[in-house]
Design a protein around this ligand. Structure first.
Ligand code: GSH
Length: 213
C-alpha cells in the first residue's frame, strides 16, 4: 500500500491526502514533521534530503514535493475531470498548482508561521505586515479568474484547485484581527463563492478544514 509521511495539519500533506481521496487511492499515513520528528533521521533524509514532508513510498518508488506527488498519483490513477484529459485544461490546472507554489504560498507561509505557530509576544509584526497585503493582492488574481469560471480551471473542480484551496483555508482562518490586519481580508465575490463551494465538499471538510495548528 502507498505510504505517506507527514502530519495531517500540514498544507502540503493535505494536498496528497485530498488527491488520494478524490482518486480513491488507499494509503497508510505515518505522522512526521514538527513534534513528531522522524524528518531529521538519516533514514528519512535518505528519502528526502530536504527533511520535509510530504514524502511517499509507492512500492519502493520514493517521491517528495507535494505537487509532484499529486501529479504522479493522478497520472497513475487518472480520473477525469479531477485530472483533466484535455491538454489545455490540464495545463491550466498545472499552472494554478505552480502559482500556489511560486506566488500564493510565499507570503502566506511566513505570515501563518508567525500568526498561528509563534507566541503572540514573539510575532515579527514588520514581517507579518509586509506579507499579509501581498497575500491579499494575490487573491485578487484568483478572484479575477473565478469571475470567469466556476472553478480555477473551468466548469469542474480539478487538481488545479487543490493547492490554492488549502491555502484559502489558511488565509480565511488566520487570526488577522489579532494582528490588527483584518482590513486586508476584504470580501471578494468570486473567491468567496469558490470558497463556499469548497466548504460544501466532504473531502475539504474532512481533510482541509480541521483547524489551523
Ligand atoms: N515544496 C515542498 C515544501 C514542503 C514543506 O514545506 N513541508 C513542510 C510542511 S507544510 C515541512 O516539512 N515542515 C517541517 C516539518 O513539518 O517538520 C512541498 O510542496 O512538498
Amino acid at each position: 500500500m502507498l505510504k505517506l509521511w507527514g502530519r495531517k495539519n500540514s498544507s502540503n500533506v493535505k494536498k496528497v491526502m485530498w488527491a488520494c481521496a478524490e482518486l480513491g487511492v488507499p494509503y497508510e499515513r505515518i505522522d512526521a514533521g514538527l513534534h513528531f520528528g522522524i524528518t531529521t533521521t538519516d533514514e528519512f533524509r535518505e528519502k528526502n534530503p530536504n527533511g520535509m514532508i510530504p514524502v511517499i513510498d509507492d512500492d519502493g518508488f520514493i517521491l517528495w514535493e507535494s505537487n509532484a506527488i499529486v501529479r504522479y498519483l493522478c497520472a497513475k490513477y487518472p480520473k477525469a475531470p479531477f485530472w483533466p484529459t484535455d491538454p489545455k485544461i490540464r495545463a491550466s490546472a498545472d499552472r494554478w498548482m505552480d502559482w500556489q507554489l511560486t506566488t500564493l504560498g510565499p507570503p502566506i507561509g511566513p505570515a501563518f508561521m508567525q500568526l498561528v505557530r509563534a507566541p503572540q509576544e514573539e510575532w515579527d509584526m514588520k514581517m507579518i505586515s509586509a506579507n499579509v497585503p501581498k497575500a491579499a493582492q494575490n487573491w485578487k488574481i484568483a478572484d479575477r479568474q473565478l469571475g470567469k469560471t466556476k472553478w480555477l480551471t473551468g466548469d469542474d473542480f480539478t487538481v488545479g484547485d487543490v493547492p490554492a484551496a488549502i491555502l484559502a483555508y489558511t488565509w480565511f482562518e488566520m487570526p488577522l484581527a489579532k494582528a490588527g490586519l483584518e482590513q486586508h481580508r476584504v470580501p471578494m465575490a468570486n473567491v468567496d463563492r469558490w470558497y463556499a463551494q469548497l466548504n460544501a465538499m466532504p473531502n475539504f471538510k474532512e481533510i482541509v478544514a480541521i483547524g489551523l495548528t
